[in-house]
Design a protein. Structure first.
Length: 474
């Protein structure tokens, strides 16, 4: 393992490791499960005639590669109302359960995390560019979701990590994290970038809602900065009333929160988060030997999961920002694909549902900063979208191979969240997994919207300064 330091004031070697403590049973006693036979009986009345109901989603023709359009259209189906989206609130469920024998939906979890909302809004933003009724319905839904966000619980304008849709959006955690909220921040920025110059009054209204949501968070973000350490805290516990841990590494889930905080507080004078909170982050790399014997240098992440370096790329054009250092990203995906083939896995390894339940942070051991990793029992199709942003050919090949070899991965509502080498699947389809799978293919379009926001709001020069030291790595 090697740690690359891009801030000259640091002389100590920092090895940061982290793991999502998500190894408990997936269906805890507090989970709300609803049996489905048609529409849900949510206590909210008949929803079959809901005016803004979305029964079909669509993206522009150029967005999905022709070779796997059928795969992506199938997974996009998850976000239909009454399937993966609760039709009255307009918010996605946390996941659905499917009977593997009959293919019927047998349960839904009504707990939605802030990150899930962000990926859903990113999909709706793309759908709003299709035209006709797709644009109208996407506009209505985006406006509805954004309006509801103002009512959700949190701290200083930032949201709690998750909420129960069918319990009046009661928060399900005491944690307000920069990781969850940063993805929402970037999604709101993309919406503003896409609609900012529009003369359409609906788009202007949506832009105002997104702008107001960002403005009310700015002061809150500034409080996450710890001047004593020169770093940002990862989260605030609203019950214990204290901050927890610091963001120290470039490849970790909370890294985008540092960028979000810097951009949102740039006009707050002395309360602005300094750019050094980002430029001090350590980029961990390691030597990795492929099965061919070739030695490469790759990124490292807390558990070796594909998730951490790739998810921010849905919103941030890391290839542009990191320049030559993007080779470490490419080698990370290359190493993952090499490991996948060597172990006859259908997909690459990342956080996902275990075959027999639970949620685990699976990764390639040699790419992990941890001394001990959770033994993997499954790989996840969400890595198709994540890998696509780094190596499109590898991602498409992986998707086509899996569909041909393991047709049981597919349901009418999208692909199961995980599968092992023997072809066994979980019964779960997760909103996060579907959002990341689709989001990876929308990234190039989302990057255009982000660029417009950065240019319009005076953020482009800041982004270039933040990444300069990483871009100059040799």
């Amino acid at each position: 393992m090697k740690s690359l330091y891009v801030f000259s004031g640091i002389s100590l070697r920092i090895v940061f490791s982290f793991c999502l403590l998500l190894c408990s049973a997936a269906w805890g006693a507090s989970d709300k499960w609803i049996q489905d036979r048609g529409f849900l009986n949510t206590g909210l009345g008949d929803v079959s005639g809901t005016v803004d109901r979305i029964d079909h989603l669509k993206v522009r023709h150029r967005v999905f590669p022709q070779e796997i359009r059928a795969v992506l259209d199938n997974n996009l189906n998850y976000f239909r109302d009454g399937v993966g989206v609760e039709p009255v609130s307009g918010f996605p469920y946390g996941n659905i359960e499917v009977d593997r024998e009959t293919g019927e939906i047998i349960g839904r979890r009504d707990y939605v995390k802030t990150t899930y909302i962000s990926t859903y809004l990113t999909i709706l933003l793309e759908m709003s560019k299709v035209g006709g009724e797709y644009t109208t319905k996407a506009h209505e839904r985006i406006k509805k979701v954004l309006s509801t966000l103002f009512t959700l619980s949190g701290w200083e304008g930032l949201l709690h990590g998750g909420h129960y849709i069918l319990k009046d959006f009661k928060n399900g955690t005491d944690t307000v994290s920069t990781a969850n909220n940063s993805k929402l921040v970037f999604t709101l920025m993309a919406i503003i970038g896409a609609y900012n110059d529009s003369e359409d009054p609906v788009r202007q209204e949506i832009t105002q809602l997104a702008s107001d949501l960002l403005k009310r968070q700015a002061v809150g973000w500034s409080k996450f900065y710890d001047p004593a350490e020169g770093l940002m805290h990862k989260s605030w516990d609203t019950k214990l009333q204290k901050f927890k841990r610091h963001t120290t590494a470039f490849v970790e889930e909370a890294m985008p929160g540092v960028i979000a905080g810097i951009l949102l507080t740039k006009d707050l004078g002395n309360a602005a988060i300094p750019e050094t909170a980002f430029t001090r982050l350590v980029l961990d790399i390691t030597d990795y030997q492929l099965t061919t014997g070739e030695e490469i240098v790759s990124l490292q992440s807390g558990s070796g999961a594909l998730y951490y370096p790739t998810v921010p790329m849905i919103w941030l054009d890391q290839e542009k920002f990191t320049g030559d250092a993007f080779r470490y990203f490419k080698n990370f995906v290359r190493a993952h694909n090499d490991f996948r083939k060597a172990h006859n896995l259908p997909f690459m390894l990342s956080a996902c549902t275990g075959i027999h339940g639970g949620y685990y942070n699976f990764g390639v051991p040699a790419l992990s900063l941890k001394k001990e990793n959770t033994p993997y029992d499954a790989a996840t199709p969400r890595t198709i979208g994540l890998a696509y942003m780094v190596d499109p050919d590898v991602a498409i090949e992986m998707a086509l191979e899996a569909r041909k070899t393991f047709p049981q991965i597919e349901t009418p509502y999208g692909w199961y969240d995980s599968m092992n080498a023997a072809g066994e699947t979980t019964s779960t389809i997760k909103t996060l997994g579907q959002g990341l799978l689709i989001g990876g293919f929308l990234a190039k379009e989302t990057h255009k919207d982000m660029k417009r926001y950065f240019d319009d709001k005076g953020c482009t020069k800041i982004m270039n300064r933040l990444y300069k030291n990483y871009k100059d790595l040799k």
